[in-house]
Design a protein around this ligand. Sequence first.
Ligand code: AMP
Length: 210
Amino acid sequence: MKIIMLGIVGAGKGTQAKKLAGHTGIVHISTGDIFREAVKNKTELGLKAQEIMEDGGLVPDDIVIGIVKERLEESDTDTGYILDGFPRTINQAEKFDKTNNDVDAVFYISIPEKESVRRLKGRRLCGSCKRQYNIYLNKNINGKCPQCGGELIERADDKEDTVKIRIKNYIKQTKPLIDYYRKKGKLIEIDGYRKIDKVFKSIVDSLPNN
Ligand code: AMP
């Protein structure tokens, strides 16, 4: 099964993609994670992406498409994949379509724009195990990861000014993908303004061939 997760920043694409990967056994591929790893390891790709990401911009289409194509050649994608954060522009989607990757479903997780800002402001990442939390939802969290005790950090691109730029970019460049996939009959809209497990149930219930 080939799935795309679509939605504004903070909609819960990553959270739901991870849960879906656990449920189906299909691999979760996050382009954001690939870039963050490259930045951490100071690879050539990381050096190119770092500034763009920290400024809230989008990595150039050709670079992203190359990375995704390469990743999809790995054998763990033989049974399918859940793409999270890709495509992010019409150009990326069109180029991706030309690679014969006919997706089965595009889950569009919708939340109000205001909620996107609120969620990103509260988002914290464990520096050790990379688990993600929200300080508004997990009131007991006190700067430490409840799972491994690691330091909780704010993503550099979750700072308020950067979030505003990311939302603007989403509206201009990514939002048109909703219609793009709706016209192809692939779009499944999921109300993301609910508890994580409720959103997940809706996704599982709407999986093709369920
Ligand atoms: P994410 O974790 O999906 O929010 O991605 C973090 C950052 O990585 C984005 O703000 C972009 O700078 C970059 N990025 C991730 N995926 C893409 C993509 N498909 N196209 C362009 N830039 C991307």
